[in-house]
Design a protein around this ligand. Structure first.
Ligand SMILES: [Mg+2]
Length: 147
């Protein structure tokens, strides 16, 4: 059986902060805007990394839609369809990521249950895992595979 990897969207696959900066909006306000999430650009190497991981693991996108902005859920699905067709029907929305059973969670944040995830939380963007390349290198070493 393949191991399971969950991957967050905002600031992990999709460049939330970059778009807020480009639009000159306070990042804490951007999440309330209709149309914001659909416009995000992929993070550097994120798409390529997802596709590489999907060759070896069962990969799911595990994302949280702001409660204040239900349009975000719709826009996130559109984003996945556009950028990650491989994630077909592998999208989970949750404010409780710790309830998902799996081996790895790649997530820039400790919020929405990420901190309490029962597998390994790989905090991309942290000092330990600054980029997607660091994440892939870590998983390659842990699993003894070439990514
Ligand atoms: Mg995030």
């Amino acid at each position: 059986m393949k191991k399971i990897i969950y991957i967050d969207m905002d600031n992990t696959l999709a460049d939330y902060l970059g778009m807020a900066k480009q639009m000159q909006i306070d990042p804490s306000e951007a999440k309330h805007l209709k149309g914001f999430f659909e416009k995000l650009q992929p993070m550097p190497n994120a798409i390529d990394s997802y596709n590489k991981l999907a060759e070896h693991f069962d990969v799911y996108i595990l994302s949280t839609g702001p409660w204040s902005n239900p349009h975000s859920l719709y826009e996130k699905v559109l984003w996945v369809k556009q950028h990650l067709p491989k994630a077909y029907k592998n999208v989970i929305f949750s404010h409780h990521k710790d309830l998902n059973i799996g081996d790895y969670l790649i997530d820039d944040s400790i919020k929405n249950g990420a901190q309490d995830f029962h597998g390994k939380h790989i905090q991309i963007g942290s000092a330990a895992f600054p980029t997607w390349n660091d994440v892939l290198q870590y998983i390659s070493e842990q699993e003894n595979i070439q990514l």
